[in-house]
Design a protein around this ligand. Structure first.
Ligand code: SAM
Length: 259
């Protein structure tokens, strides 16, 4: 009976992967991965039957087509009765459509399928930028989706925009965003944040020998910032949380005086 487990390899090569994920990889009949080159090499040492899905990406190819092909390849091995592992960098369930979909489809077809968490870019961001999402709250959006739809922004908490390097790309290929696309994103953000609001590009190191990129700049300069496929934009709160006076009054009314 075929099965699939989608595992997260964490962000830092050789340092983040949980023992459980490692053991799934080592015991798999076949491993498919969508990791960068060095992680792929490491995977091949853990399991000789490891195959990269990266070549399925194309500069002018719709990402949705690539994702459908990845899913089909993994499901075909599951249907052939193999123990399959899908290995993804970071957390397989964070801003990653393929692992969620392949697990869901495999379950629908009656196979065993589940996900094993990993250390995501989000986890590294909190640690390295000294942010506790529970302190003021934190919203996360995929940058293009944030542009395509009307969302409610909470400027009292953090706002994190993922895939900022691809913001506003209607073709859904893998092209870094243009100045006009970024300007449109800025127009939307300027409704909530002043142009000189200090924001940061975060790029976690993927190797212990590297330094992470935490680059602060005025929001208006986003158009000129060098961005890559691994850039994440962090906007700290722009205003102080106002107290909900009505709620506080109501709570005082129902709270016994001698509590
Ligand atoms: N599953 C991944 C995770 O757990 O972090 C996220 C994959 S998502 C398709 C790709 C986006 O994640 C990038 O555009 C960027 O926003 C963020 N990302 C990926 N690598 C990163 C890194 N090294 N540092 C910061 N953000 C990163």
């Amino acid at each position: 009976q075929g099965q699939i487990v989608c595992v997260g390899m964490g962000m830092i090569l050789g340092a983040h992967m949980a023992p459980r994920c490692r053991s799934y990889i080592e015991q798999a009949d076949i491993v498919y991965s969508s990791c960068h080159h060095l992680m792929q090499r490491w995977l091949e040492q853990l399991n000789i039957n490891s195959h990269s899905l990266q070549p399925l990406y194309g500069k002018y190819k719709d990402r949705r087509e690539t994702y459908a092909e990845m899913i089909e390849i993994m499901l075909a091995s599951v249907r052939a009765g193999k123990r399959v592992v899908g290995a993804f960098y970071g957390h397989p369930g964070v801003f990653a459509q393929v692992p969620h979909r392949v697990v869901k489809l495999a379950l629908e077809e009656g196979f065993d399928a589940h996900m094993e968490p990993g250390i995501s870019a989000e986890a590294c961001l909190y640690a390295e930028m000294n942010i506790d999402p529970g302190e003021l709250g934190c919203q996360h959006f995929e940058a293009s989706q944030f542009m395509f739809y009307q969302r409610i922004i909470d400027p009292y908490g953090y706002l994190v925009l993922w895939q900022i390097g691809l913001a506003g790309d209607l073709t859904l290929t893998s092209k870094i965003s243009t100045t006009p696309q970024r300007q449109l994103l800025l127009d939307k953000l300027f409704e909530y944040y002043p142009p000189d609001h200090q924001v940061a590009i975060y790029e976690s190191k993927t190797n212990v020998m590297e330094q992470s990129r935490i680059e602060w700049f005025a929001l208006r300069d986003l158009v000129d910032m060098p961005l890559t496929m691994i850039s994440t934009l962090v906007l700290p709160p722009a205003r102080q949380m106002p107290v909900d006076r009505d709620m506080m009054a109501s709570l005082h009314k129902i709270t016994p005086r001698n509590y």
